[in-house]
Design a protein around this ligand. Structure first.
Ligand code: GLU
Length: 492
């Protein structure tokens, strides 16, 4: 399906909020198709709409892309032959092409005041017409318009959309889409403050930056005929268009509202990349999950690393149908990618979660527990709940839970004191040694592991569920293990 190689693909976000799954997917597909064809992935910051800018958004964007492992060849911080890559640094370039469109009679100056425009809008609403510009300035003579501009009258520049016939947009994923020109508005290309809007800026940049493929969300489909017309008006060869599928909320019914997105955090989920990082998801898992929301390799392969995806991704296996966001699938991928990590790597990744929770967890100790928690955690954050007792100065016990099931208080106390003696007698403090000693003791006493080991677990951790007991004892060390058991015995 891809006709031009190598691909130059750009991710062109506006820094107006948090980076969500949709942006991550667009960036990923752009990156994959560029890398796969030996082309370039370009990051372009579309920040000409100065009113919508959100402070810190560009920084978050850059951090999230780095976290995901999606690095750009050209863009902010990486000079390339077609920079600058921040649209706010390209104002004059857009003005030049806006003037060219006016000269070609494909755009015109509009002097309508905000008051007039709002009146027109109200009038249209009253008459149940879709709001659009009524073309008041469209027919002003060039000479009059130029004179008013020279005299300093506030103005915008609008595109002169055709009013009859149809415009056909070719999309790699959706085929030919036909739009009735009568429905097209005379969009603003340059605002009264001289800043070009997205519609013009993106096209000028895609041309000057030699972009071959524009992959973007399908919310841009309705304005795609306008973009096609601007490309034509400037006499340029347009890139290949790919409008991706929309994301639906987990129920599959409709798109997620802002409130619903915020509510997700109650369930420990989020659609924002920064939050997923904080919740303890691995970038590898997020990449794997997002890649499969709208693309598949075959009908069964699911586990992919970023490198696998570079090799296997293809535009012709994209799916145009809406994709429901499935968080259980994210959990599944997170588990799988956690299992695939080396112990040291996993330890280094869980360490910040311990530190954030206030525990001084040493990397050396964390490496000891990673092999045993690897199969048991869904998010990195789960490791804190499971293992914090190892790093606490003091723990509390549930007195009742300390009594061995179906045994008396006295019997529990006796088994507990014997256990203490065993612990004190162990000189090589290693899981295998501890296990051998306690196995022999349980056999001699006719105790099951469920009886004795559950008791010991409760005694040293204050928890019913922990990673394997003897490994925990090893991390705790002999002194603290004995100390905790002694404390527990005083409570029985
Ligand atoms: N700046 C646009 C956005 O943030 C980019 C759309 C496009 O990729 O063309 O959605």
């Amino acid at each position: 399906m891809t006709t031009i190689t190598p691909v130059r693909a750009r991710f062109a976000p506006s820094p107006t909020g948090h980076v969500h799954l949709g942006s991550a997917r667009t960036a990923l597909y752009d990156y994959l198709i560029a890398k796969q064809t030996g082309g370039q992935f370009i990051l372009r910051i579309e920040d000409t709409d100065r009113k919508r800018l959100v402070e810190g958004a560009e920084e978050e964007l850059i951090n999230s892309l780095h976290w995901l492992g999606i690095d750009w060849d050209e863009g902010p911080g990486k000079d390339g032959p077609y920079g600058p890559y921040r649209q706010s640094e390209r104002k004059e370039i857009y003005q030049k092409y806006a003037r060219e469109l006016i000269e070609k009679d494909a755009a015109y100056y509009c002097f309508c005041t905000p008051e007039r425009l709002s009146q027109v809008r109200q009038e249209m609403q009253k008459n149940k017409l879709p709001p659009h510009y009524d073309g008041f300035c469209r027919h002003l003579s060039k000479a009059e318009a130029e004179a008013r501009v020279k005299a300093g009258e506030p103005h915008v520049i609008r595109f002169k959309s055709p009013k009859e016939g149809t415009t056909v947009v070719k999309d790699l994923l959706r085929g030919e889409i036909t739009f009735e020109n009568a429905t097209l508005d005379d969009f603003i290309l340059v605002k009264s403050d001289g800043w070009a809007l997205y519609h013009l800026a993106a096209i000028v940049d895609d041309h000057l930056m030699k972009i071959t493929h524009v992959i973007r969300g399908s919310e841009w489909l309705p304005t795609s005929p306008l973009h096609h017309l601007i490309w034509n008006a400037l006499g340029w060869q347009e890139p290949e268009w790919v409008h991706l599928s929309v994301f639906l909320k987990p129920s599959g019914k409709g798109k997620m509202s802002k409130r619903e997105a915020a509510d997700l955090s109650n369930d420990g989920y989020s659609i924002f990349i920064k939050d997923l990082e904080d919740l303890g998801y691995l970038p590898e898992a997020v990449i794997n999950w997002v890649a499969l929301m709208g693309w598949s390799y075959d009908d069964h392969t699911e586990f992919f690393t970023l490198n696998d995806l570079v090799e296997k991704f293809s535009l012709d296996r994209l799916n145009p149908s809406p994709a429901a966001i499935n968080f259980s699938k994210l959990d599944y991928f997170n588990k799988e990618h956690i299992k695939a990590l080396g112990n040291e790597d996993l330890a280094a990744r869980i360490q910040p979660f311990f530190i954030k929770a206030g525990y001084h967890a040493d990397l050396g100790d964390l490496i000891k527990i990673t092999p045993v928690i690897k199969e048991r955690i869904t998010t990195l954050d789960d490791s804190v709940e499971m293992c914090a007792f190892l790093f606490k100065d003091a723990i509390s016990h549930d007195k009742e839970a300390l009594i061995i099931k179906d045994k008396t208080r006295e019997e529990t106390l006796r088994f507990g004191s014997d256990s203490l003696e065993i612990l004190e007698s162990v000189s090589v403090w290693e899981p295998a040694v501890l296990e051998a000693k306690f196995t022999a003791y349980m056999e001699a006493q006719g105790l099951t592991p469920r009886e004795l080991l559950s008791f010991l677990r409760e005694a040293i951790s204050g928890q019913r569920v922990t990673p394997p007991l003897f490994e925990c004892m090893q991390v705790l060390g002999k002194e603290r293990t004995i100390q905790r058991l002694k404390e527990a015995l005083t409570l029985i």
